[in-house]
Design a protein around this ligand. Sequence first.
Ligand SMILES: [Zn+2]
Length: 380
Amino acid sequence: MYPELNSIYHSQDQEFLDTSFLKQSTIITIPVIFHVIYNDPSQQVSATLLNQAVDILSKDFRRQNPDAVNTGQYGGYESPNGLWPQNYENIAADCEIQFIYCGVTYDYTPYAQIDISQNPYYLKTTFPYYQTYNPAKFLNVWVCNMGGSLLGLAEFPGSPPQYDGVTITHTSIGYNSPDNRVLTHEVGHWLGLRHIWGDCMCCDDYVGDTAPQQDNNSAMANQPSFPSYPNQYPCATWTACPGVNVYGNLYYPYVNMGDNFMDYSPSSCLNFFSQGQKQRMWYFINNYRPTLLQNNSCTVELIEETQIVNSIKVYPNPTNGIIMLSENANVQLTDLTGKVILNESNVNSLDLNQQKNGVYILMLTNDSGALIQRMKIVKE
Ligand SMILES: [Zn+2]
């Protein structure tokens, strides 16, 4: 949707060779805010599970994941003599990025599935259950039933701020989910990484130390034609890229890194980012997400930060009575059960003096009824 960003994501390795931006001694912390959009209780993912998701994310990026010991064990290396594992765990990186859980908002949707396969912005342009906390300081994660075969979606650095973040399906959350590395994979995209196979046959991910692959390893679980050792290398399908050896025979000189987070292998296979991927992520952080270097925290006033993204400033919030708008709009105030409290047209203030203390939802619309923004208001 944004052709001007194409050249950024196809940047060659040389662009990342300048290591001066690599702040090796600094571990940055990225606060994570979740937005759960649910239709039934099974989709109403608990804060406990969301905390687990952040824990997995942090451990993966710090290379503290328990299965880090598996790196290099499940890939394969093809030569004229057959397939064997290549010892490539020495390229695995502690990315020096960690994450903290800041909170969750829950919103009900009347739709059982939110199919964003045709339009990635469907969720964010169609539903009023959508708000983005300042993406310069937070990783926004939307959790919903994405339907179909989609597990996740991410915005690359440089995307429009109101859409910036990651969307994952509700079943991919928590220690016990079979898809619990989807968030790690999507956050890799969010920080500028491409798929390890480059999204076409033996294409490039513009990272020097990851091996070219023919394709992703998503089909590894049922590969009847896999030529050898399918059980010994359960995370590698026939996807290494070919070369020609000194005898003129076709062979496969590259390792198959089916255990890299940017492959499509099952979550149980995924266990590492490479040094080159770390360098690419830090390049994008320094150039496109520099405010992440400030080590933001959950103590930042979330509601206030939200207004930086939105077009109309709403203040003060919390309020003890009067709310002001920086522009006129149609306003609707509801309580958390959805009951309409106030409904006014073309106003630039709102009087909550007669309302009880508590949390309310404020929706601003324009004259044609289109949603401008939706936010939580606190009366205290
Ligand atoms: Zn992906």
